[in-house]
Ligand binder design. Structure first.
Ligand SMILES: O=P(O)(O)OC[C@H]1O[C@H](OP(=O)(O)OP(=O)(O)O)[C@H](O)[C@@H]1O
Ligand SMILES: O=c1cc[nH]c(=O)[nH]1
Ligand SMILES: [Mg+2]
Length: 209
């Protein structure tokens, strides 16, 4: 069974509270999402393997650590996932960025795919799927399906806010994918929105409705 890691650092919890508030506008919402993504990225990359390299400081020659081999790919689920990219690529500037475009049909709540562009060598990369919201789990499952169809073998999922229903669903279909979340909220409402949640993340990031 995959792991669920709740990144409950006080800074993340504080910033998430600000994001949840209705009165927080798009500019602050985006800024907070970038900051939280960076803090979550720190946890998600915690186990990257290291190797020694020879360097010369102004004082002596020495051995020092660098990240070994493992290459990363960040895959935002459009649109809302875009809000998490800047935080991750600030931490890992060499990461490649793929995009999977999915929207959730408001009637059926099923994901509809409309775009996909991924790095060619995803089978050699650790792929990190990012999306602020994990509600029914349909969008995350579909995005991970796409990555696996294209050969990805090592996938992590990072969400800001998750419903217990969505976590269970992702674990049912992809039990090899660890899930990092800042909060596991209470439940889904009758329209498939997370309660208490923060509303529609895409609309809040981009100022649409
Ligand atoms: O777990 P699920 O039930 O699939 O719901 C979560 C999805 O819904 C939202 O996207 P939305 O369809 O609103 O698209 P958007 O990002 O373009 O706003 C969100 O960003 C997730 O991708
Ligand atoms: O609460 C939710 C559920 C799905 N998508 C969102 O943006 N918010
Ligand atoms: Mg949306």
């Amino acid at each position: 069974m995959s792991k669920v890691i709740v990144t409950d650092h006080p800074l993340i919890q504080h910033k998430l509270t600000l994001m949840r508030k209705t009165t927080t506008g798009s500019k602050d919402f985006r800024q907070l999402l970038t900051e939280i993504s960076m803090l979550m990225g720190y946890e998600v990359t915690r186990n990257l393997p290291l190797e020694d390299t020879e360097i010369e400081t102004p004082i002596v020659k020495t051995k020092s650590k660098v990240i070994s081999g493992k290459k990363l790919g960040i895959v935002p689920i459009l649109r809302a996932g875009l809000g998490m990219v800047e935080g991750f690529v600030t931490l890992v500037p060499s990461a490649r960025v793929g995009h999977v475009g999915l929207y959730r049909d408001p009637e059926t709540l099923k994901p509809v795919e409309y775009y996909c562009k991924l790095p060619q060598d995803i089978e050699e990369r650790e792929m990190i799927v990012v999306d602020p919201m994990l509600a029914t789990g349909g969008s995350a499952i579909a995005a991970i399906d796409v990555l696996k169809e294209r050969g990805a073998k090592n996938i992590k999922l990072v969400n800001l806010v998750a419903a217990p229903e969505g976590i269970a669903e992702v674990q049912k279909y992809h039990n090899d994918v660890d899930i990092y979340v800042a909060s596991i909220d209470e439940k889904l409402n009758d329209h498939g929105y997370i309660v208490p949640g923060l509303g529609d993340a895409g609309d809040r990031i981009f100022g649409t409705k």
